[in-house]
Design a protein around this ligand. Sequence first.
Ligand code: PLP
Length: 313
Amino acid sequence: MNGSFAATPIQPLNLRLNDNTFHVKRDDLIPYSFGGNKVRKGILFFEAIRSGGHDAVVTYGSSSSNHCRVIANLAKEAGLPCRIIAPQEASRETMNSRLIRLLGAEVTTCPVNAVAETIEDAMAHLVKSGKNPYFIPGGGHGRLGTEAYVRAYEEIRANEEATGIRFDFIFLTSGTGSTQAGLVSGQLRHQDDRQVIGISNARRSPYGRQVVLDSVLEYLGREAGLKDSDRAVHFIDDYILEGYGAYNRAILDTIKEVFGSEGIPLDATYTGKGFWGMKEYIKANRITGKHVLFIHTGGTPLFFDTMEALQYE
Ligand SMILES: *Cc1c(COP(=O)(O)O)cnc(C)c1O
């Protein structure tokens, strides 16, 4: 990604539910490597890699990880070797894992309980061979990941200024939690009266929620009031089903429906689950007459994996 990109579009949806209006912020259209929230984060990590004089990258993620695809691409572009540690429990071939191979990243799979030591080994091995490796946490988690979505929150505010449409709710799919933490940090900084709702795709509360809260407090530091921050983190674990990667009929129907009626691709692991969860949450909480924004966090290659489940039924 040579240079920065313009604010991603915020467009209205045809969706009608309880007299609310719906818009979507198309972070899936960020113009690099099929886009997505991992591009926003990855760009900031690569700035740190460059300014720190690092010459190798190590990261972690499953075979469906958008993060690993984007990092593999940024590493290739920068001419740096990229090592990816992947849990063998989630190493089924996907479009992302094929793209990661195409980009020449070296993938090491290990049992999920051996991940920490495998990462340490990979880092030590690179250091021994004279490299200065940088470790990027799974999902691009951490202060830089949070910063990426504080900036996206500013784009949302600028859009509101320009259009006069103010969003009462911002929904997104929450995974490692830094996307949500960034949006909440932006909200708290401006003391904006609205709700940012993270629909978890895997983690349960209280752990998943605590990670978001900790990231907000870490990011805002002394700016943060604990009470305000605590109140602003809405982490909903009612729609995770059996956890990461699990989906049901309703999610597939949602994906088919949204593609047909809006021309927007969602996927079963992240955005399809979040979009379905958003609709269920709005029904369950009888939210009516509001302006609702959904952040499309990306994952276009995963849409094509989902196609296989959609096609043959
Ligand atoms: C990683 C990812 C998420 C979750 O983002 P976090 O910052 O880890 O919570 C949501 N949607 C997509 C498409 C992703 O790849």
